[in-house]
Design a protein around this ligand. Structure first.
Ligand SMILES: [Zn+2]
Length: 290
């Protein structure tokens, strides 16, 4: 069912870059993942994509950000509205990523769709080129979102300032400030990549060279286990961000990134290695590991 749903959403659109989601960090993850693809995988990606992997990594945010004729979002058909639920992951009380959202709406059900994109691509030889391309877009984006520290709903999350508790809490989306301008706690993470290292001026090559530094043993360690294991491990670790003293209305500046930059960069690194590893397993039969 899920695979059919994914393959059927195969239209390709061309829009300007959206300003939310894990934003520019998605491009960095795509670029760094491509650096760690084998030559065979790179040839396969070139065969399907007419732009670099980094350039398709934001498509899922751009797709849902499109002005769909001004329609009321709540009345949008499932094939449009549905994908917006895939960008977040639900984590249960035991720290495990959930296969479906525990919320009143399906928001936070990203894991099965990330897995379905991989599952589909494993049969890429039997698929149409357009179906491969759209599933590559899902995979490149969702592997990033599944590691963004602010992209988890936690079943054990306490009530937010409006008293809404559990997975339905919008904790972290409430207003705060960054350098005097309105920003949410979630937004601090969405725009972290460009803010942690402003010296790279969002240039992918020097930034990726700077952070593509995990030793071989560490790379191989972070790609052990299943995709569900990866997301659970990441989600459990990222619960820590809610222990960093956030509260609605709090004002942040660059000291936040000086203090927590390494934590966030690690999430970008492992997301890129896991994406590269997944692509290599799919497209390179000779692949022996990162
Ligand atoms: Zn997203």
């Amino acid at each position: 069912m899920i695979r059919k749903a994914i393959i059927s959403i195969s239209a390709v659109f061309c829009f300007s870059v959206a300003s939310y989601g894990w934003a520019w960090s998605h491009k960095l993850i795509g670029y760094m993942a491509a650096r760690n693809c084998t030559e065979t995988t790179k040839v396969a990606l070139d065969r399907y994509l007419d732009v670099p992997l980094a350039d398709i990594s934001l498509w899922m945010d751009i797709y849902r950000d499109y002005d769909w004729g001004g329609m009321d979002w709540s009345e949008a058909p499932d094939y449009i509205r549905g994908t917006t639920y895939w960008h977040m992951i639900s984590i249960d009380k035991n720290g495990k990523a959930m296969m479906e959202s525990g919320r009143k709406d399906p928001n936070g059900n990203g894991l099965p769709f990330l897995m379905a994109a991989i599952d589909s691509l494993e049969n890429h030889k039997e698929m149409s080129d357009s179906a491969v391309v759209v599933n590559l877009k899902y995979l490149a984006h969702l592997m990033g979102d599944a590691h963004c520290p602010a992209h988890y709903y936690y079943e054990n999350m306490p009530a937010d300032s409006k008293g809404v508790s559990g997975l339905d809490s919008r904790w972290g989306f409430e207003n705060g400030k960054y350098k005097g301008k309105a920003d949410s706690y979630h937004g601090l993470f969405d725009r972290a990549g460009e803010r942690i290292h402003p010296e790279f001026n969002m240039k992918l090559k020097p930034y990726a060279e700077h952070i593509d530094t995990l030793c071989v043993a560490s790379r191989r360690k972070v790609v052990e286990g299943s995709v569900a294991d990866w997301v659970s491990e990441s989600g459990a670790r990222c619960w820590e961000i809610y222990q960093w003293g956030w509260k609605p209305g709090k004002e942040y500046d660059d000291s936040f990134y000086i203090e927590h930059g390494d934590f966030i960069i690690y999430q970008i690194q492992i997301s890129a290695y896991r994406l590269a590893h997944t692509l290599n397993l799919i497209f390179d039969p000779e692949y022996k590991g990162l």
